[in-house]
Write a protein that binds this ligand. Structure first.
Ligand code: G3P
Length: 217
């Protein structure tokens, strides 16, 4: 499963990219507002740090303007994935932009039928928001399961990009289901390597190693 960072914070992105484990980045208008700065410049900077797909979202509501915005965003760098909302206009824009060879991430997906439409529209990524479904007492993980079955039934190449991930457990669960990508807030990504028994075990190993009086270097 690929890991994308769900942030527009360049310091966080640089830090996570330095691990060599970051496969891409997703932004949205809320994350851009949170990070501050000029949208086009921030996205260009992120594209310079990360080789994989960097999602940048259109803000128009009608397909012709979405397409125009998408073409402008796609010119920023080769690794831009234009993000469009899962509306009929967004699907039209997805179909057009993907036919031009642009990667498209269809976002704000909350149902399996929406995901089916996005795949038919040639989406590179579908972004089901699991946390926001959980927030209203529905089952975000069940949606990922349903989309996995539908995409496998028809061999759709659209990648399932599990979004609105809030916890380390969400990451594990979407990996078990077989999501292609998880986009994860930096704070959650950083918790994935942590385990108290790792810390305890390391402390013991180092204490015992000290007793030997040896050094490797
Ligand atoms: O990638 C979409 C994500 O940013 C939404 O997350 O936590 O705002 O629902 P959240």
């Amino acid at each position: 499963m690929k890991f994308f960072a769900d942030t527009a914070d360049i310091a966080d992105i640089k830090d996570l990219a330095s691990t060599g484990l970051l496969d891409g980045v997703t932004t949205n208008p809320s994350l851009i507002a949170k990070a501050g700065g000029n949208f086009l410049e921030v996205v260009a900077e992120i594209c310079g740090v990360v080789e994989g797909p960097v999602s940048a979202e259109v803000t128009a509501l009608d397909a012709p303007t979405m397409i125009e915005e998408g073409r402008k965003l796609a010119k920023i760098a080769k690794n831009i994935a234009v993000k469009v909302p899962l509306t009929w206009d967004g699907l039209k824009a997805c179909k057009q932009l993907s036919s031009e060879g642009t990667m498209v991430n269809v976002t704000l997906c909350f149902s399996a039928n929406q995901a089916l439409l996005a795949a038919k529209a040639g989406a590179t990524f579908i972004s089901p928001f699991i946390g926001r479904l959980d927030d209203i007492n529905l089952d975000g993980l069940e949606l990922i399961e349903e989309i996995r079955v539908i995409y496998d039934n028809y061999a759709f190449e659209t990648e399932i990009l599990a979004a609105s991930i809030r916890t380390a457990n969400h990451v594990k669960e979407v990996a078990l289901i077989g999501a292609d990508v998880a986009t994860v807030p930096p704070a959650v990504l950083r918790t994935l390597a942590n385990h108290p028994l790792t810390d305890k075990g390391l402390e013991q190993f180092l204490a015992d190693w000290k007793k030997t009086g040896q050094k490797i270097l």
